[in-house]
Structures are given as structure tokens and as C-alpha cells.
Write a new protein. Structure first.
Length: 51
């Protein structure tokens, strides 16, 4: 997720609306990744695995 955070920071406030973009908004990607992790590991991440 650090990559998505770096993309969000790099784009700053110059982002165009997501529907005009060829890629999803980095903030939305982060939310989607977190939701997928929670769905795959409802009891938390296994030891030694970090997002």
C-alpha cells in the first residue's frame, strides 16, 4: 500500500475526476486493497505478513 500512498502524494491536488482517468484514484485503490485484505483475513493478518 505504500506504493498507492506515494502515488496519491505525488499527484497532489492536480487529480482529474476518476471517471476521466485511465487508472483509479490512489485513495480508492487503498480502500479497495484494505477491503480485500479484510475479506481474505477476517481474523487479522497471519504473523509475519504486513500490508
Amino acid at each position: 500500500m505504500r506504493v498507492m500512498e506515494a502515488l496519491a502524494q505525488a499527484s497532489g491536488s492536480s487529480r482529474q475526476p476518476e471517471f476521466l482517468s485511465s487508472h483509479p484514484n490512489p485513495d480508492n485503490r487503498i480502500e479497495n486493497i484494505q477491503a480485500a485484505i479484510e475479506a481474505a483475513f477476517p481474523d487479522g493478518l497471519p504473523e509475519g505478513l504486513t500490508p
